[in-house]
Design a protein around this ligand. Structure first.
Ligand SMILES: [Zn+2]
Length: 283
């Protein structure tokens, strides 16, 4: 699952390359839209909504359509000079859009559909407030998370219906920075807004073109004394058995979510900085 910052960056690149340009050819390599031809249509804008990419196009008669895609696990959009050689195998291309100045190719897209722009809400309206969106509403996100108080916060943060933009990396990192064990029932998290704020800050800090990193280069006091731990990009993500950058306790790895379920994902946490929630009372 991509993080919201990856989607944001992909949209920025596509928007810079395509906005205002007229499509000279389009090729949708999915059965439902195989015969659709958008040549002559103009790309108006490319915007993210949670982890969805919305490419809005208009016809000379001012019809409005949106090419909606979702990267899921393997997908990517790439921009090439016209006729440029692709860096991914051609058989994985799902959408090809050509203009006079650039080609955009969507590879291995998890979802791809073309919808009327005035019906975008039917596709993405279920999403919670977008951490990177102009309309980020932390109170509404909290209301949604607390509507299911027994769901572990680590699962609630990944549920895009609560708030949109967090993938596994930021879920692990935001829980660490908030001092919250990911298995803590959402209703027992003392300050869920603080966890949101950490996730938002990390997402925003990673909108540039560099490698994703959540640990500031200055690190913490323990980090400064801790030798090679200072090279880590992440506080806990994929750092099982390595020392916590704050307290040096070995980071633990676990799995959260119903076994085999869609929400089952690896988690990493510091057992000291993120104490386990109290066991539920027995009947
Ligand atoms: Zn720790």
């Amino acid at each position: 699952m991509p993080e919201g910052d990856s989607v944001w960056r992909a949209c920025a690149e596509l928007h810079a390359a395509l906005a205002g340009q007229v499509l000279t050819a389009s090729d949708f390599r999915v059965p439902r839209f195989a015969t659709l031809d958008l040549s002559g249509w103009t790309v108006q804008e490319v915007v993210p909504r949670g982890k969805h990419l919305l490419m809005r196009v208009s016809s000379p008669e001012d019809q409005r359509l949106t090419i909606r895609s979702h990267l899921k696990m393997e997908g990517s959009w790439q921009v090439y000079p016209p006729g440029g050689r692709w860096r991914k195998p051609g058989f994985t291309a799902r959408c090809i859009l050509r203009t006079a100045v650039a080609d955009a190719v969507g590879f291995s897209l998890g979802e791809l559909e073309v919808i009327r722009t005035d019906q975008e809400d039917a596709a993405v309206g279920h999403l919670g407030p977008d951490l990177l969106g102009p309309d980020w509403d932390p109170a509404e996100a909290e209301r949604r998370v607390h509507a299911a108080p027994d769901v572990p916060i680590g699962i609630a943060l990944l549920d895009q219906r609560n708030l949109a933009g967090i993938g596994n990396i930021y879920r692990c990192e935001a829980c660490f920075l908030g001092g919250v064990h990911p298995a803590t029932p959402a209703g027992q998290v003392a300050d869920v807004q603080e966890v949101f704020a950490h996730a938002k800050r990390l997402l925003k800090a990673n909108l540039g073109s560099g490698r994703r990193i959540t640990v500031p280069s200055t690190g913490g006091a323990v980090l400064a004394r801790g030798g090679n731990a200072g090279r880590s990009r992440y506080w806990v993500y994929r750092r099982g058995n390595q020392p916590c950058l704050r307290c040096r306790t070995p980071i633990q790895h676990g799995v959260l979510g119903k076994p085999g379920g869609e929400e089952e994902r690896d988690i990493w946490f510091c057992p000291r900085c993120q104490p386990a929630p109290p066991a539920p009372p027995r009947d």
